[in-house]
Design a protein around this ligand. Structure first.
Ligand SMILES: NC(=O)c1ccc[n+]([C@@H]2O[C@H](COP(=O)([O-])OP(=O)(O)OC[C@H]3O[C@@H](n4cnc5c(N)ncnc54)[C@H](OP(=O)(O)O)[C@@H]3O)[C@@H](O)[C@H]2O)c1
Length: 335
């Protein structure tokens, strides 16, 4: 049997996600790869998709987008990416319906997992590292980034935030991390003793960021929160600076007086992995996937797992995935 996660209408993921049983998939057709999954991550974006689903679906909507597993069969006359073979470990993204014991994936989207990587890292090898690559490329368009100009990022303790920090350390890029609590700041300081971290639970946090900048321009800000926090980042940016918005955690809108944009000549930019998928060339996507793999190898310690659940504990897994103070990504092992 194949057990997979679906939903038929939007709402709280713990309430609307269900596990259904159906026969195992047949042998894959040409261009497809049959994968027995061993783990999949619960990303905030997966849950947002469930919450925001409009109306009632005519057929169950498959959940999840990323997974890791073992190749069980390859369709006839199928060209597979280097290293992908029957019996080998792979990661796959984007595969709508990745939260399943078996998946039949488009061969082009399957990526071989290096032996040095655990299944726990392999399950997180694509979405978050690719997001980090995408954000870094956006920052690099600012001429001061990498040349004294500072990057500030909020939600810095998140899975993406830790990869951004790791990448900045490897490439000697100046960064100030921002988190919402002293607890989160202490956790990040332990992990990255050389990277300044500021907690927004203190009123003067923006001045602390300016202090850490020590006269250098605040060139770029990465922000997955939005709302008032994003407004504060606009205030912190130096003239010509850029706010890169890549998440929507805050419910309130970002409210910006035109004068702020005008007088400081600021740029606002939204970035999403969905857009990357549809806009990047095939060559760019392949090179970014190769970079994501290298990032997984170089920053193994930043792929923390907050907890691992079984498919029967899905509601607990999705509740844990949004728990404040969690460090790392929640994984589900479907076997
Ligand atoms: N644009 C894209 O394509 C893309 C791709 C991947 C991820 N994302 C977004 O990136 C963000 C991080 O993803 P992730 O998987 O790395 O998340 P994660 O590991 O689950 O971490 C979530 C982080 O958000 C912080 N947070 C939650 N609510 C907050 C609030 N109201 N104010 C300030 N901080 C808050 C948490 O801080 P505490 O530690 O204090 O709880 C935690 O550090 C998410 O918003 C996700 O949707 C976007």
């Amino acid at each position: 049997m194949n057990r997979r996660v679906v939903y038929t209408h939007g709402g709280s993921p713990a309430d609307v996600l269900t596990v259904i049983e159906e026969p195992e998939p047949a042998a894959p057709e040409g261009g497809r790869v049959l994968i027995r999954t061993t783990a999949f991550p619960v990303h905030p974006g997966d849950l947002q998709a469930v919450e925001a689903f409009p109306g009632k679906a005519a057929t169950p909507v498959p959940a999840g987008i990323e997974a890791t597993g073992v190749v069980e069969a390859i369709g006839p006359r199928t060209r597979v990416p280097p290293g992908v073979e029957v019996g080998g470990r792979v990661a796959v993204f984007p595969h709508p319906g990745a939260w399943s014991q078996w998946i039949v994936a488009d061969a082009e989207l399957v990526v071989a997992v290096p032996d040095e990587l655990s299944d726990e890292i392999a399950a997180q090898m694509l979405v978050n590292p690719l997001t980090t690559v995408m954000l870094r490329r956006e920052a690099q368009e600012h001429l001061a980034f990498g040349y004294g100009g500072l990057l500030v990022q909020t939600a810095a303790g998140s899975s993406v935030g830790r990869l951004v920090t790791g990448a900045c350390e490897v490439h000697s890029l100046a960064l100030v991390n921002v988190v919402r609590s002293d607890r989160g700041a202490a956790e990040l300081r332990k992990r990255f003793p050389d990277v300044p971290v500021v907690a927004t639970e203190h009123q003067g946090w923006a001045d602390e960021v300016r202090g850490a900048a020590d006269g250098r321009p605040v060139a770029v800000a990465f922000d997955p929160i939005g709302g008032k926090l994003a407004e504060s980042l606009l205030d912190l940016l130096s003239p010509g600076g850029k706010l890169v918005s890549y998440g929507q955690i805050a419910e309130e809108p970002i409210s910006v007086p035109a004068s702020v944009l005008l007088h400081k000549s600021l740029t606002l930019r939204g970035k999403s992995i969905g857009r990357w998928l549809s806009e990047a060339s095939a060559e760019r996507r392949a090179s970014d996937v190769a970079t994501a793999k290298l990032m997984a190898l170089a920053l193994k310690d930043q792929f923390d797992v907050a907890a691992t659940y079984g498919l029967g504990e899905l509601a607990d897994a999705v509740r844990h995935a949004v728990r404040p103070g969690k460090v790392g990504t929640v994984l589900v092992r479907p076997a």
